[in-house]
Design a protein around this ligand. Sequence first.
Ligand SMILES: [Fe+2]
Length: 264
Amino acid sequence: MSNDREHSLNRRDFLATGLLVGAAVTAGGLWLPSAARAEGNEFGLPELGYAPDALEPIIDKQTMEIHHGKHHAAYVANLNKALKDQPKLAGLTVGALLVDKAGEVPSEIRQAVINNGGGHANHSLFWSVLGPKEKVKAAPTGKLAEAIQSGFGGVEKLAEKVNEEGLKRFGSGWTWLVKDKDGKLHVYSTANQDSPLMQKHVPIFGIDVWEHAYYLKYQNKRGDYLKAIWGIVNWSEVERRYDEELLPDTGKEKDALKKAREAK
Ligand SMILES: [Fe+2]
């Protein structure tokens, strides 16, 4: 996966590159000041990074087009709409809105920011951790491979656990592989568009289990979709996230998170 997708999600980049869509965010991009939106600018839809039919037959072209071009685009539009009259929040990254500055998000737009900011972050990750089967490497290597081996007993066991969590998730949500502040891996699911960032975990890999992600091809067989998707994991990107992405670590952020949770 090329590094040109490793940028922020803002309108400034969108305009600078002249692309119809912005570039994908990384979890680090969510935290790093350099990835903050320019004041007054809006979030943009990141590029898919491959053709909409590139993940066939595991994810069909029509699903990709609707998922990226309609569903993800709607999260971006609704996030911008929610933040439209919030000059104090201008320039903040999605990570800041969900964690560091969550306590500063007014209560009347807080859920909209969680839903649409989370939706934006989650889908941006999703596109980047998948790739055409012929281009992605078949298995993780290096530190991530070691951590998966010691934490779960190997990739197959990890996949079973991630899929089990995805199957158990009632209704809509995501199943995740995340890294905590000590670098330890965990697997769990979240409801709706809640992001692991809200728990101060860095998402390393995630699978969208909303019906919009699989229903055209798999109908009610969520388990078949979950099994199939492991054939198109972009392990290079998952490794990069494991190796490089950092959590914010300040008391201020913790306080903001606590306040946000209490206010929910
Ligand atoms: Fe989705």
